[in-house]
Design a binder for this molecule. Structure first.
Ligand code: GAR
Length: 189
């Protein structure tokens, strides 16, 4: 049985899609969703999906206790789904190639510190990009620079505003994130 844990700080729409996807697969379970935000929308979503959640403080995150917490779940993969803090290098060393992130742009474009959520889509709009998309990648010690696992593109219309771009990109996330995780787990078997 593959065990996943998800780290999320925000509304949790991607976390919910992943949970729903793996509910229908008998070889993988989402063990828990961990958050650094007591008010994150993901907490309510997990309640209705019957998935355990756990809040951790910024102090715990920076301590070795965070690795102990992760280890207590024995995860095969750690999924960042809208988790914005940089993962400490000790955690990356403990879980090499086992932490993956989703980013709402075609990396290496529009990545790095401060480039998250709506900031990305506004920058894409400002530069009149003809396309955008998503990147699913391994996490290393640099923001958005780990090896890319998969990317998916969507064409943009010059009329699209940042909100419309965000919607198009979110559709790609909801469609592709969970199946990409499933493929990764299969390839790691
Ligand atoms: C997603 O669009 C994800 O790509 C982005 O945060 C959003 C979370 O949405 N992540 C980043 O920007 C990471 N740099 P959700 O809470 O509804 O899943």
């Amino acid at each position: 049985m593959n065990k996943l844990i998800i780290l999320a700080s925000g509304s949790g729409s991607n976390a919910a899609k992943i949970i729903e996807y793996f509910e229908n697969q008998d070889d993988t379970i989402v063990s828990a969703v961990l958050t650094d935000n007591r008010h994150a929308g993901v907490l309510d979503k997990c309640k209705s999906l019957n998935i355990p959640t756990l809040y951790f403080s910024a102090a715990l995150f920076r301590s070795s206790g965070f690795i102990d917490l992760l280890n207590s779940f024995g995860p095969d993969l750690i999924i960042l789904a809208g988790f914005l803090k940089k993962i400490p290098s000790e955690v990356i060393a403990e879980y090499p190639d086992k932490i993956i992130n989703i980013h709402p742009s075609l990396l290496p474009k529009y990545g790095g510190k401060g480039m998250y959520g709506a900031h990305v889509h506004h920058a894409v709009k400002e530069n009149n990009e003809p396309e955008s998309g998503i990147s699913i990648h391994y996490v290393n010690e640099h923001y958005d620079q780990g090896q890319i696992i998969a990317q998916f593109k969507v064409a943009l219309d010059s009329q699209d505003n940042a909100e419309q771009i965000a919607k198009k990109v979110q559709q790609l996330e909801h469609l592709h994130f969970a199946p990409t995780i499933a493929t990764l787990l299969k390839n790691n078997e």
